[in-house]
Design a protein around this ligand. Structure first.
Ligand SMILES: [Zn+2]
Ligand SMILES: [Zn+2]
Ligand SMILES: [Zn+2]
Length: 90
């Protein structure tokens, strides 16, 4: 795993959780739209990115203390830690 920034959260990820669903679990409840999908690496919830109107992945990270998400977009293989603003490909 490669990372420019020191982040113990990213270093702790040994098995990447992948999206179980191809939809934001919060947006789907309200009929909102999303742009890209992210998967929480603590609980496996799939939520929308910061380019989406509701930014559910970012809100989830703050509210739950689950720091790391993975891109759930096909072909993208990276992790991101919100509190450390750290990025790693895998
Ligand atoms: Zn971190
Ligand atoms: Zn959403
Ligand atoms: Zn979570």
């Amino acid at each position: 795993m490669m990372s420019d920034v020191t982040c113990s959260h990213l270093d702790a990820i040994t098995t990447v959780k992948h999206a179980k669903r191809r939809e934001c679990e919060e947006c789907i409840k309200t009929g909102s739209q999303w742009v890209h999908l992210r998967t929480c690496q603590e609980c496996g919830t799939t939520l929308c990115c910061d380019s989406s109107p509701n930014r559910h992945a970012s809100k989830h990270a703050r509210a739950s203390g689950h720091p790391v998400i993975a891109s759930a977009e096909p072909g993208e293989r990276w992790l991101y830690c919100y509190p450390d603003d750290a990025f790693a490909e895998y």
